[in-house]
Structure formats: structure tokens, C-alpha cells
Design a binder for this molecule. Structure first.
Ligand code: LYQ
Ligand code: ZN
Length: 259
């Protein structure tokens, strides 16, 4: 099969051919039905989700043909909440977005799509020796999902959006000599989130992700969203609508930390 992508010929509806797990029991993203989510108090209090990220001193950006990715080199740790005592290390972050503001996120909330969704990908460093070792394990990964809506510019995201023009083509990489604190990419409220067991949202679709999706969206400016839409993918087309539509919930429950 031609390399997977998001076009009619190689998009999400065709992925099951090469990646049968596409129709698995714990696929992502999902539509979050807010009234069906179960309040779970034990992810609060002492066991609150906690991020302890070290600001990057230089930023490594990669156009990997499907998204724009920032490879993390410092030792950022995510723990607590649904992750219990396990410490998950920040490996990279990337985004998904639409051709227009009315679509682009992967998770939806009662059917509502946001303009984009930022993913901070972590691997379970308490149990596994590397990202590659963790990527296929059922408790191997944890991804923070942050909804993005058009509004004021996000200053911390400027280092990415200001450099998209230099990362136009698939495979382009660059290192920017500036600091970036991943904590500042998170919404101000990190206590209210939904969480469920799911998968990577692109091939290889491994069912190894504990998803944590924050309720509060963050704002990026129109220009910052346009910078993403001007990237070029591995087929030479504008990198837009690089989101997978929601998969079936099947026998899963979504938990929430707020009433
Ligand atoms: N939308 S997402 O956050 O669910 C997502 C989906 C697929 C992949 C990733 C993130 C990223 C995360 C780190 C690995 C990378 C990628 C991959 C690359 C090389 C590999 O050998 C394996 C993998 Cl999984 N694939
Ligand atoms: Zn993603």
C-alpha cells in the first residue's frame, strides 16, 4: 500500500488494510460524551496529575511528513492521576489540525471539533527502558491532549509557528537555539480532564496509550494556525486535515476529574 496518510486513497478508512488493529478494542481518538463520562474522585487530591518539565535549551523541530514534531531532549516527567506512581518521560510533542478553524482536533467533545489538538507524548520510564521498548506495551505511553481554538497568540508556541516556513517539506529538520518550557503549552487548568485507555492515532496505531484530554482549550492566533496549514506533507500536498476521526468506544469507560 502507498504510505499511509490522510487523503482519500491512503487515509484513515484505508489504514485497516495494513494495520488491522485499526478496528481494535481500544482505538483513539474517540468522541467524548460528557454526560457518559464517570466522575472518579481518586484521581484528585494526593494523586493529582503532576507535570515536572525541564525547559529545553534548544528546540529540535522535524516535519515528519504527517505533522510537525518537536523532539524533547530534557528529562520531563508526568505522573499521578490515572498514571498512579509510574513516572512517564516526555519524548516529543506534535499537533493535528484542519484546513479551516471548524475542524482539526482528533478527540471531539459531544461531537464538537476544535481547530487543532496538541499531543505531548510520554513513555513509562518506571517500567520500560526506552520509548521503543514502551511503545507497544498496554501501559507504555501517556499522551496529554490539548484542544486548540483560534484566539490570541500562544507565545510559547511561537518558536514552532515562526519556523514552519523553514520546515515546509517532509523530512525537513532544524534546531532552533531558544528555550522552550513545555509546561507553558498546557492550559492553565490542568485539574479538569477526561482520561481513558486508547491507542496511537496514526499507524502503527499501537494500543499503548493512557489518554489524558484537558477540558480547557488553549488559544493560538489565526497566523499560528495558518503557519501549520502551509506545511507540506510527504505527498507534496498542504499538510491539512491530518486528524483521524473518532473510533468506536467499544467496552470502554471515560473517566473525568470534575463534576
Ligand atoms: N497522535 S499520537 O500521539 O497518538 C502518535 C501516533 C503515532 C506515532 C506517534 C504519536 C509518535 C510518538 C512518538 C513516536 C511517533 C511515531 C512512531 C515513530 C516511530 C516508531 O518506531 C514508532 C512510532 Cl509509534 N508514531
Ligand atoms: Zn498525535
Amino acid at each position: 500500500m502507498a504510505h499511509w496518510g490522510y487523503m482519500t486513497t491512503n487515509g484513515p478508512s484505508t489504514w485497516g488494510k495494513d494495520f488491522p488493529i485499526a478496528n481494535g478494542e481500544r482505538q483513539s481518538p474517540i468522541d467524548i460524551v460528557t454526560t457518559a463520562a464517570e466522575y472518579d474522585s481518586d484521581v484528585l487530591g494526593s494523586n493529582a496529575l503532576s507535570t515536572n518539565y525541564t525547559p529545553e535549551s534548544e528546540v529540535k523541530l522535524v516535519n515528519n511528513g504527517h505533522s510537525i514534531m518537536c523532539q524533547i531532549t530534557k528529562k520531563g516527567v508526568l505522573t499521578g492521576g490515572p498514571l498512579g506512581k509510574d513516572e512517564y518521560r516526555l519524548e516529543q510533542f506534535h499537533l493535528h489540525w484542519g484546513a479551516e478553524d471548524n475542524r482539526g482536533s482528533e478527540h471531539t467533545v459531544d461531537g464538537k471539533m476544535y481547530a487543532s489538538e496538541l499531543h505531548l507524548v510520554h513513555w513509562n520510564a518506571s517500567k520500560y527502558s526506552s520509548f521503543a521498548d514502551a511503545v507497544q506495551k498496554p501501559d507504555g505511553l501517556a499522551v496529554l491532549g490539548i484542544f486548540i481554538t483560534p484566539g490570541v497568540a500562544c507565545n510559547q508556541f511561537k518558536v514552532i509557528s515562526d519556523n514552519c516556513g523553514k520546515l515546509k517539506t517532509s523530512g525537513a529538520e532544524m534546531t532552533v537555539d531558544t528555550t522552550l518550557d513545555p509546561t507553558l503549552l498546557l492550559p492553565s487548568n490542568t485539574s479538569d480532564y477526561w482520561t481513558y485507555l486508547g491507542s496511537l492515532t496514526t499507524p502503527p496505531l499501537f494500543e499503548s496509550v493512557t489518554w489524558i484530554v484537558f477540558k480547557e482549550p488553549v488559544e493560538y492566533s489565526k497566523e499560528q494556525l495558518l503557519a501549520l496549514r502551509n506545511l507540506v506533507d510527504s505527498d507534496g500536498n498542504h499538510m491539512q486535515d491530518n486528524y483521524r476521526p473518532p473510533a468506536a468506544l467499544k467496552q470502554r469507560k471515560v473517566k473525568k476529574t470534575f463534576t
